[in-house]
Design a protein around this ligand. Structure first.
Ligand SMILES: NC(=O)c1ccc[n+]([C@@H]2O[C@H](COP(=O)([O-])OP(=O)(O)OC[C@H]3O[C@@H](n4cnc5c(N)ncnc54)[C@H](O)[C@@H]3O)[C@@H](O)[C@H]2O)c1
Length: 277
């Protein structure tokens, strides 16, 4: 017997009409590109970001381009009380949460031997604890006994979880943790029909990457190691280039939609073939 989804047209399977989506770190970069695609697909979207002013500007731009309902609020994913309050705010504004994308991340670079305890704590708190806070607070608000379809959590990981990266030891450790978190959360939430997926980009042109490149121009050991790493990475892309943020966003949209209804616990690579070498 085919599922009811097998009878639905592609446009309906890809549509997020009627879905309420939260995206963290959505003021710019991959999070912003994802918010744009979600709005285009018909979702009501809540943008959370540490930079509340930029998030509000981003929300206004998306609303005006897509005629969609877009909310924004300040959020610090590294603080559990901030994430809980933001999740409650999202429920109040949108009436519930169907999709939650843990995208907020930081990727400062420093050689391992120069890594301070404070640096380690900050990078782990934003990238790993932030994703955990998001998974927990989203799941708490999604579980309501109805087994309503269309509930999805997407965690943005990184190729740094799969490949050694000089000067990115803390970030690599955090993103490896995100992949473990994704698999176990998927197992735990499957009985509630909540899917959990990871999306793993390699390198996408975003404001964060441009800032990192700028920092690498400085005369520090991390800077020169990073510049070498970027040269090596760029030279080894089978597709010959880095991604645009929207190329990652389109895969996040696929994961969040009913197109991916039978996927949970997986890690989807959007890496231009980098990890095939
Ligand atoms: N761009 C890449 O090449 C690349 C590659 C692999 C993985 N990623 C991952 O993709 C995600 C997005 O990366 P990007 O390049 O778009 O980043 P970006 O730096 O361009 O944007 C990140 C956004 O997150 C926000 N943010 C930072 N700390 C936050 C916090 N504590 N709470 C809430 N918001 C916070 C920032 O204000 C910013 O708006 C990150 O998780 C990153 O690790 C990016």
């Amino acid at each position: 017997m085919p599922t009811a989804d097998a009878e639905r047209p592609l446009s309906a399977l890809l549509s997020l009409a009627g879905r309420r989506a939260v995206i963290t770190g959505a003021a710019r970069g991959i999070g912003y590109a994802t918010a744009r695609r979600f709005a285009e697909a018909g979702a009501v979207v809540m943008l959370g970001d540490l930079d509340a002013e930029s998030a509000a500007q981003a929300a206004a731009a998306i609303a005006s381009d897509h005629g969609a309902t877009i909310h924004s609020a300040r959020l610090d994913v590294s603080k559990s009380d901030s994430v809980a309050a933001f999740a409650d705010h999202s429920v109040r504004r949108m009436g519930g949460i169907d999709i939650w994308v843990n995208n907020a991340g930081v990727y400062p670079a420093t050689p391992m031997v120069e890594t301070s305890d404070e640096f380690w704590t900050h990078v782990i708190d934003v990238n790993l604890k932030g994703a955990f806070h998001g998974c927990r607070e989203a799941a708490k608000r999604m579980i309501d006994g109805t087994l309503r379809p269309g509930r999805v959590i997407v965690n943005i990981a990184s190729v740094a979880a799969l490949r050694g990266r000089v000067s990115l030891t803390t970030y690599s450790a955090a993103k490896s943790g995100v992949l473990g978190l994704t698999r176990s959360a998927a197992m735990e939430l499957a009985p509630h029909r909540i899917r959990v997926l990871a999306v793993t980009p390699s390198m996408a042109e975003t404001p964060g990457v441009r800032e990192l490149r700028e920092a690498a121009r400085g005369n520090t050991s991390a800077g020169s190691m990073l510049a070498t790493m970027e040269r090596d990475v760029m030279a080894s892309f089978p597709l010959g280039r880095a991604a645009e943020a929207d190329e990652v966003a389109r895969v996040v949209l696929f994961c969040a939609s009913d197109m991916a209804a039978f996927m949970t616990g997986s890690n989807i690579l959007v890496d231009g073939g980098l990890t095939t070498r």
